[in-house]
Design a binder for this molecule. Structure first.
Ligand code: BG6
Length: 483
């Protein structure tokens, strides 16, 4: 960890969509919690004065989460605008002046990766990069070669411990809890391996389409947008070995090892889909072959996970909005009770959001009555999403403190791209699916050997906790949720 907290925050892309939707609300929360009291300098080719930047930030807050008047007044006092083109060296001179006595700025690059080299160069030439930290937004490259080139560009000017490759899933309470729950309890460890686990499914379903992001989405598709990063980070939390010791390197080492152990994808392990109507969306090519859905089967070549398929599916315009992990355990070795229908295997379920978080244990219990017959029941603990710390608030705070633990390291990012590179180079088949469905029927083949896809649990009742109660616990009779 580099010594000393950052003493200024510089936001490249101050007029952009990410800043508006995510970063300004996070900054307001940081101020409210007294976690931010250094100058915030917004850089953009906007022609904005300080006052105009403040008006823009206030508008953004009003549209995304609301204005906390006390925090806003303080945040407004921290905001400065630097107007200029990223190609113009004078922009960086103005930034140098605006930084004043700040010695350890954090530069947040909320701009397209294609502009990183230009900005890094401008920062280096004007001394703005000295003792500075840099946050690079996802997507970090678009394949292995471009990620390597980007890493080279950053490392020419910044040391690895000053580079923060951000993936907001790593700042989510629920994703951090995956590793916490695994390693803070002893119940899972004995069964957390190929001897007891049949398969692991991760579903990231979104009911909405691409909205106004057509231009960006056409450059990405589901694999680059959410699978290579968010979904793989979730997988990393589930599959990594217990980190040895504390500190940033321990966890990042284990995550990188898992990514390295994942076999590069073969074309048959990926099914791509596109929702009907995508090609008519704004800024989308009418012939587009970009996927809005991906289902894939990954294999981890390690002692712990040999033979256990990790199934991931993610898509837009699906039947529900829910991100969920389902770890399916092996069936009991013998059928002790005669039943018409064989018991479903047990499972451990993690609901990662967006509206609630839950951990469920799927078991089979005896139905009350004279016969020895059972039913599937799930015991769960569930929290309604509360006004906790947003992922961006957490991660910006950690980057300003120089804590790299929850940021992707260069070797892990490259290992992650290595998995997807073979399929990204090919034009694999693309299947249309109906909006509101669970994706193309062809994706069933990916999970066929593991009992099929299981839909997220949309039925659990999760009432807001009472004042004296922190958690809602309960059980539900599980309907047979296949999808
Ligand atoms: C973003 C993707 O990184 O994550 C979006 O670009 C996606 O396409 C979003 O909708 C999902 O994030 P969350 O936090 O709402 O699950």
């Amino acid at each position: 960890m580099m010594p000393g907290a950052s003493d200024a925050l510089v936001l490249f892309g101050a007029s952009g969509d990410l800043a508006r939707r995510m970063l300004y609300p996070a900054l307001q929360k940081m101020v409210a919690r007294s976690r931010l009291d250094v100058p915030v300098i917004g850089v953009a080719r906007s022609g904005w004065s300080d006052e105009q930047l403040r008006a823009h930030v206030r508008d953004s807050l009003a549209a995304h989460g609301g204005i906390d008047e006390a925090a806003w007044r303080k945040l407004a006092g921290l905001l400065r605008s630097v107007d200029g083109d990223y190609r113009d060296p004078a922009t960086y001179e103005r930034l140098r002046l605006a930084l004043g006595s700040a010695r350890r700025p954090l530069h947040y690059l909320a701009i397209p990766p294609g502009m990183f080299p230009l900005v890094i160069d401008g920062l280096a030439k004007t001394g703005c990069a000295r003792h500075a930290r840099v946050v690079a937004e996802k997507p970090f490259g678009r394949d292995l070669a471009s990620a390597q080139a980007l890493n080279d560009t950053l490392r020419r000017v910044f040391s690895e411990n000053a580079i923060f490759r951000i993936d907001h899933y790593l700042g989510k309470e629920t994703v951090l809890n995956l590793a916490y729950f695994r390693f803070a309890n002893s119940i899972l460890e004995p069964i957390w391996n190929r001897n007891y686990i049949n398969s692991v499914q991760i579903t990231m379903a979104e009911q909405f389409g691409i909205g106004s992001r057509g231009k960006l989405y056409e450059e990405l598709g589901a694999v680059r947008d959410v699978v290579q990063n968010h979904m793989l980070q979730v997988l990393g939390m589930l599959a990594m070995e217990p980190p040895v010791g504390e500190g940033s390197a321990a966890q990042r080492d284990e995550k990188a090892k898992v990514f390295r152990a994942i076999r590069p994808l073969a074309p048959g392990d990926l099914v791509r889909g596109q929702y009907a109507g995508y090609r008519e969306e704004r800024d989308v090519d009418p012939q587009s072959r970009i996927e809005t859905y991906a289902a894939l089967r990954l294999h981890i070549d390690s002692w712990r996970w040999e033979g256990v398929p990790f199934l991931i599916r993610a898509g837009k315009c699906l039947a529900a909005t829910a991100t969920e992990v389902l770890v399916e355990l092996r069936r009991p070795p013998q059928k002790v009770f005669a039943e018409a229908r064989p018991a479903r295997s047990n499972h451990v379920r993690f609901r990662l959001g967006p509206d609630r978080i839950a951990i469920g244990l799927g078991v089979r219990t005896k139905k009350p009555g004279p016969a020895l017959v059972g039913e599937d029941v799930e015991l769960y603990v569930c929290d309604e999403k509360q006004d906790g710390m947003s992922a961006y608030e957490r991660l910006i705070g950690e980057a300003m403190q120089g804590d790299t633990t929850q940021f992707a390291r260069s070797d892990a990012v490259e290992a992650a791209w290595r998995i997807f590179d073979p399929v990204l180079r090919e034009d694999t088949p693309l299947y249309e699916y109906a909006p509101g469905s669970w994706g193309p029927a062809e994706a069933d083949a990916i999970a066929a050997g593991s009992g099929g896809w299981r839909a997220p649990n949309l039925d659990e009742v999760c009432p807001p906790p009472q004042a004296d109660q922190v958690r809602t616990t309960g059980s539900s009779r599980a309907a047979d949720r296949t999808a």
